[in-house]
Design a protein around this ligand. Structure first.
Ligand SMILES: NC(=O)c1ccc[n+]([C@@H]2O[C@H](COP(=O)([O-])OP(=O)(O)OC[C@H]3O[C@@H](n4cnc5c(N)ncnc54)[C@H](O)[C@@H]3O)[C@@H](O)[C@H]2O)c1
Length: 325
């Protein structure tokens, strides 16, 4: 029983990975349309200190945006900001600390942001981690569940009024959730979101990414029903050569290196789907999509389960101490 619960998610995750790599053998990345200037617009990119988050922040700043990099690596953040500000003549970047394994830190970050009285046009929930051995956050949550999903759930909800205020018809505010093909392998057990019964890091990662997709669809329904000029989309960057793979087992690391150099996308290529979702004119007012290779794509059957979306939303509100809207 234990062996099956660990082996099945692992195999399912690797099958997802192989399918993505087969696709990437023939498709490098998609062709980005010309993006409009983003002057006067403000974005928050979580985990923008390196990898795809950095490339996203960099690209948005080059379009004229004021980008706030929200992350837990102060030195990396300072270096990222220096580099972006040196390169970008119109936009700018700054670093603000947030540790997404702490709900208190998320609340502090939001308070600091609110104190600035800035508008907010784009929120990119990008930060993440993968295949972490079993551990709990300071609030007692499973690590992937909290960092990849629950903190972003809280962050988004606490910033929603600003996003609503900043969005206009014809120029919506945009929320982008960084999903992954691994969500296709994901399952959600609402009674054991923190994976206390049997722990598998593969199942925990896939669950966190499925949760982000369910959250995307449910939130879009609410925003549409309320008539707000805010959209929310989930994006899938493919397989990208970043530090995310640092927790792979040694043998998998060794096998990954030659494959990654040929078949994985670069961080800039991977980031292009977030940049596209954040800035493309053709996506203005378009939400509730799973975007992959520049196209709306079908996500897993489970992600469209309306009852599951509603239940997860309700449970997440309870876990972070939010009143259900
Ligand atoms: N690399 C891939 O193949 C791939 C594929 C699909 C989805 N993704 C997703 O893309 C996102 C970006 O990952 P990446 O591949 O660029 O990896 P990365 O490791 O280069 O970047 C992860 C970012 O998250 C930040 N982060 C980690 N822990 C944090 C914490 N406690 N608080 C705040 N920030 C924290 C890191 O500092 C870093 O900036 C992740 O959500 C990942 O799951 C990656």
């Amino acid at each position: 029983m234990w062996l099956l619960s660990v082996l099945v998610p692992l195999l399912r995750l690797y099958v997802c990975g192989i399918r993505v790599l087969l696709y990437q053998m023939f498709h490098r990345s998609f062709e980005m349309p010309v993006l409009p200037k983003q002057n006067e617009r403000v974005a928050i990119v979580t985990g923008g200190t390196r990898g795809m988050g950095f490339e996203t922040a960099r690209h948005l700043a080059s379009l004229g945006m004021h980008v706030i990099i929200a992350g837990n690596e102060r030195e990396e953040g300072a270096a990222a900001v220096r580099r972006i500000n040196k390169e970008s003549s119109e936009g700018k970047a700054e670093f603000v600390f947030v540790d997404l394994t702490s709900l208190k830190s998320v609340r502090n970050f939001v308070q600091m942001f609110r104190d600035r009285a800035l508008p907010l046009h784009v929120l990119i929930n990008n930060a993440g981690t993968m295949l972490v051995p079993e551990k709990r956050t300071e609030d007692g949550f499973e690590y992937h569940f909290c960092l990849n999903y629950l903190s972003h759930f809280l962050l988004t909800n606490l910033l929603l009024d600003l996003l609503k205020k900043s969005g206009k018809n014809g120029r919506s505010s945009r929320i982008i959730n960084m999903a992954s093909a691994t969500h296709y392998a994901g399952e959600i057990n609402l009674e054991d979101l923190n994976k206390r019964t049997i722990y598998s890091s593969h199942a925990a990662y896939s669950q966190s990414k499925l949760a982000l997709v369910l959250f995307t669809y449910y939130l879009q329904e609410q925003l549409t029903a309320g008539g707000f000029a805010v959209t929310v989309n989930a994006v899938d960057p493919g397989m990208v050569d970043t530090a995310l793979y640092n927790n792979l087992w040694t043998l998998a690391q060794m096998l990954k290196k030659p494959v990654a150099s040929v078949l994985f996308r670069t961080p800039a290529e991977g980031a292009s789907i977030s940049v596209y979702a954040a800035a493309a004119s053709e996506l203005d007012g378009v939400g509730g999509c799973y975007l992959y290779n520049g196209q709306k794509t079908q996500s897993s059957d489970l992600s469209y389960d309306l009852e599951l979306q509603a239940q997860l939303w309700k449970r997440s509100c309870q876990l972070v101490g939010l009143q259900e809207a």
